[in-house]
Design a protein around this ligand. Structure first.
Ligand code: PBG
Length: 323
């Protein structure tokens, strides 16, 4: 006998009844690009619909996001070129753009979960996530700085630090550092499997943070590799991460699924700038329906096993499902 799979698709109620995956507003994390100063908004040409804004404007956006049910934001500071140097010293400025923004956001919205990206690329004149010396990215020296950077974010009141640098051993070292300074309850959301992807281009435009020379292949993972990613994910779990990011998302659904199967921590899919821009610009041309594809793209990440999604569509999607 053959089976009649169509019985379960016969009408909307039946389809809804057997639906396996859904996206909840609780699952979405909103990324924000922060500009210095006030009363400024800038478009990002390669990310239509996303803007860099000063904190006064961002506080308004955050209020709206919260009213739509969004629970978490992840912050990326736009550091002016004149403040960048080879040692990324601005990353350790307690009065810098990121710590002061964290303070303002937590003061206005104490319950909001604020996540900070921990890496040196926004501050580093070389545009790398770590310290570059004689053509090499120095692992342990970078990790020392990342620990200090994480501590500064904690002092400013952040709820979660998210190391995005892919240096070895940083989760372990950051965890120890935070514990030793009384921040046992600040979580680590590690970029556990971060590929050396060509999909980060628009983000690097947004922060003007592209590497000046070379690429990130000595620290980010080769897109050809599966086992290597799973090894990294398990390492970060063992080192004490609380949540694990897989990044990019849509091209790496196999990694999301495997991480979900093997790990006991929440899995976060990062739908990166290039994924966003591909959908957005194609829809802007009228070749795809934006709302439908946005929904399908996020749904696929949940189906693959993501518990949470960092997406530039967060605000728009929240408005869409509100209706
Ligand atoms: C920096 C960082 C990057 C992204 C998040 N954190 C860029 C990179 O590694 O070059 C990319 C996010 C995106 O493309 O949306 N460490």
């Amino acid at each position: 006998m053959f089976t009649r799979g169509r019985r379960l698709r016969k009408n909307k109620n039946m389809r809804d009844l057997v639906e396996e995956t859904s996206i909840n507003i609780n699952d979405l994390i909103l990324p924000l690009f922060i500009l210095e100063g006030k009363n400024k908004v800038e478009d990002i040409p390669s990310m239509p619909g996303v803007q860099r804004k000063t904190i006064d404007y961002l506080l308004v956006d955050i209020k709206e996001a919260i009213s739509l049910g969004i629970k978490a934001v992840i912050l990326f500071p736009v550091i002016p070129e004149k403040k960048k140097n080879k040692k990324a010293t601005e990353a350790l400025n307690k009065k810098g753009l990121l710590p002061t923004s964290i303070k303002k956001i937590k003061k206005a919205f104490p319950e909001l979960i604020v996540i900070s990206d921990v890496a040196l690329d926004p501050y580093n004149s070389d545009g790398h996530d770590g310290i570059l010396e004689k053509g090499e990215i120095l692992n342990d020296k970078t990790v020392e700085i990342l620990c200090k950077q994480s501590l500064i974010h904690c002092e400013a009141g952040v709820d979660i630090v998210a190391p995005s640098d892919m240096m070895d051993g940083r989760v372990f070292e950051i965890r120890n550092k935070l514990n030793s300074k009384g921040y046992e309850y600040v979580s680590i959301m590690s970029y556990a499997a971060k590929y050396s992807s060509s999909l980060y281009g628009p983000f690097r435009d947004a922060l003007n943070s592209a590497p000046k020379k070379g690429d990130k292949k000595t620290y980010q993972i080769n897109p050809a590799n599966f086992n290597e990613s799973i090894k990294e994910v398990l390492n970060d779990q063992n080192e004490g991460a609380d949540m694990l990011i897989i990044k990019p998302a849509s091209f790496y659904l196999d990694i999301i699924r495997e991480a979900k199967n093997l790990c006991f921590l929440p899995i976060v899919a990062y739908q990166v700038s290039g994924e966003y821009s591909m959908i957005r610009t194609t829809a802007d041309k009228g070749y795809l329906d934006l709302n439908d594809v946005m929904h399908e793209s996020l749904l696929s990440l949940k189906r693959a096993g993501a518990d949470m999604i960092i997406t530039y569509f967060a605000l728009e999607y929240a408005k869409l499902i509100r209706k």
